[in-house]
Design a protein around this ligand. Structure first.
Ligand code: GAR
Length: 191
């Protein structure tokens, strides 16, 4: 059976865009059936352009993160996801959300975890002056970028790099890793 993917984003969604472009050209038995966000993210347009439904569940509409997590989970469940892909989703999910969907939530992260977890991984790597950072795809658990590592690769920091140029090169690797992980996870479930 083909696997139903729901992708969550918060920003420009260039990783989402790449996934939407590349996935149909692979043998991976999976389709992006919806894209969600916590905000009116510009990246939602990549889904709309392909007639893929979108939904927005803002944290600020709820009195607690827990209540928001329930509403976000209900919105997700209406699309019956086999796998939830966080790619540039910048809000911390409450534990009850993680328990509801684990281990079917994965996250792309722009660092070689456990190095540089959190929301500013590329900036943190630059400020630390490392010669290499990296990209990771993990299973989401209740911690901040602490879940099982499914794939990761080093990315060198080059002379003259700034945060944006390094992040752009890391994203290229994130997109490759995400396809590798989807290939493994979806081939296993899709048989
Ligand atoms: C990606 O690098 C993603 O890994 C990162 O945000 C970027 C989104 O880029 N996520 C995190 O840092 C989560 N901690 P995009 O909106 O251009 O796809």
């Amino acid at each position: 059976m083909r696997q139903r993917l729901v992708v969550l984003i918060s920003g420009s969604g260039t990783n989402l865009q790449s996934l939407l472009e590349s996935l149909p050209n692979t043998e991976i038995p999976a389709d992006v059936v919806a894209v969600g966000s916590d905000t009116m993210a510009p990246g939602l347009q990549h889904a709309t352009d392909r007639s893929i439904p979108t939904f927005v569940v803002p944290l600020g509409d709820f009195s607690s993160r827990e209540e928001w997590g329930v509403a976000l989970g209900d919105a997700l469940d209406s699309y019956q996801p086999d796998l939830i892909v966080l790619s540039g989703f910048m809000k911390l999910l409450p534990p009850s959300f993680v328990t509801r969907f684990a281990p079917r939530i994965i996250n792309t992260h722009p660092a070689f975890l456990p190095e540089f977890p959190g929301a500013h991984a590329v900036r943190d790597a630059m400020e630390a002056g490392v010669s290499h950072s990296g990209a990771s795809v993990i299973i989401v658990d209740e911690g901040v970028d602490t879940g099982e590592i499914l794939a990761q690769r080093r990315v060198p920091v080059e002379v003259g790099d700034d945060e944006a140029s390094l992040h752009d090169r890391i994203k290229v690797v994130e997109r490759e890793l995400l396809l590798e992980v989807l290939d493994t996870l979806c081939a296993k479930e899709g048989t």
